[in-house]
Structures are given as C-alpha cells and as structure tokens.
Design a protein around this ligand. Structure first.
Ligand SMILES: *Cc1c(COP(=O)(O)O)cnc(C)c1O
Length: 219
C-alpha cells in the first residue's frame, strides 16, 4: 500500500469540514492520524500533509514507525490501544500522550517509566465487555489516583458503540459530563465513522484512520 501526502491532505480537509459542519472549530480540535495497520509510509504522508499528531494501537508498530519517521518534523505520538504494563517501558521514549490508562496499576507503571507523563483516563462509555476502559463510576477515583502518582491527567478518552450514531452521541455526552464534573479539559472521542457525534458533544481530540488513509489492510 502506498500513500501520498496530497491524498492525506485531501482527507484532512474533508475531516476539518466535517468538524465544522458538526459545530466544532477545526482549529481547536486536534486531529490524530491513526496509522495502525499501515506501514511507515502512512505516518510519513501524514507529516508531509501537516499532521503531527499520530496515533498507534500496538507497541511494536509504534516503535518501528517512530524509528522510520525520525524527528524532522517531530511527530507527537498518542498511544491509543489496549496497553499492557510490560509494554510501557518500550513505549516510554516515544509516547507524548498515553490515551488508554484505565487502571491504577498501569498508571503506576507509566509513572515509573515516564514520570509526570501526560495521560488520559480511558472510560468504557459503551458498557461493552470487549471494550477497555474503567467503568464510568470508577473514573473519579482513577483520575485522583493517577494524579497522586504524579501523572499529568489531561482528560478522558472513550470509544462509543459502533453502528448507532444516536447511541454513540449519548455515550459521548456522558463522557463530556464526566470530564466537566472532574474539571478535565481534554476529551478524546470520535473516529472516522462517528466524529460528528463526538464533536457535537465537545471532543477536543478526534482519532481518525480510514478517513485519512482509506481502508486498513486486514490484520
Ligand atoms: C483504529 C482506531 C481509531 C481509528 O479508527 P478509524 O475508524 O480508522 O478512524 C481510533 N481510535 C481507536 C481507539 C482505534 O483503535
């Protein structure tokens, strides 16, 4: 698979239009280009198209792409996948925002390997058993614990149930209410299929893959 910066730039322009149409300010919503499943050409094309925020789900892929991409311009890596404690050390030199911290034990490991790191607490907003994230009712305690561990808790992250945009919007709205109750500024929510619903509920970070790069190759 190959990518060119022009097609990624066109995808970005379309994403920015969708953000604006949903009532968001495209200059204030951070677009994270999710490169999982693609080779290093994807992050390279994103950087050339002016997107510096890059998202990865898998530790090995992130480390390999970070090495291939270099630092001119320097990418801002977001880790957005299910995170095992034993991968934190490998990721620590690269990750700027840990979006999927969903338990205190994981926070402790991040705090050990990357003291003071910026993190989001991941909340399971859909209630689906297969999804990661702490239960909404446990979020306040998790956020307090991560703060006690010396981490810089910037906000909350959630993934809505796929397929039903009204339900997704309600789940995003619940996450926004939780963030505001906890006085947290960042809300990472919304992907290619549901970013309008997320932006309408106040997303500050959207994570988009297929809308920029097209369909992912099968894993
Ligand atoms: C894969 C993934 C995305 C991007 O999904 P698209 O549908 O390609 O936009 C965003 N967030 C998370 C957590 C993901 O795993």
């Amino acid at each position: 698979m190959s990518f060119d910066a022009a097609s990624v730039a066109a995808g970005l322009a379309a994403v920015r239009r969708r953000i604006a149409d949903a009532g968001g300010d495209p200059d204030r919503v951070t677009v994270v280009a999710v490169t999982k499943g693609f080779g290093p050409e994807a992050p390279l094309a994103a950087l050339e198209a002016g997107i510096v925020h890059l998202g990865e789900n898998y530790a090995q892929e992130l480390v390999a792409k970070a090495a291939a991409v270099g630092d001119d311009p320097a990418p801002v890596w977001h880790f957005i996948g299910g995170l095992q404690s034993n991968k934190v050390r490998l990721l620590a030199p690269h990750v700027a925002l840990w979006e999927t911290v969903d338990r205190a034990s994981l926070g402790a490991e991040v705090a050990k390997r990357a003291p003071g790191a910026a993190v989001l607490a991941q909340v399971n907003i859909s209630g689906e058993a297969a999804k990661s994230g702490c239960p909404p009712e446990a979020a306040a305690e998790l956020v307090a614990t991560l703060g006690d561990q010396g981490l810089d808790v910037r906000g909350l992250m959630g993934v809505a149930e796929a397929g039903d945009l009204d339900r997704a919007r309600a789940q995003f709205g619940a996450l926004a209410d939780l963030a505001s109750a906890l006085d947290l500024a960042e809300l990472s929510m919304g992907m290619s299929a549901d970013l309008e619903a997320a932006v309408a509920e106040g997303a500050t970070i959207v994570r988009v893959g297929t809308a920029l790069f097209g369909p992912r190759p099968p894993r």
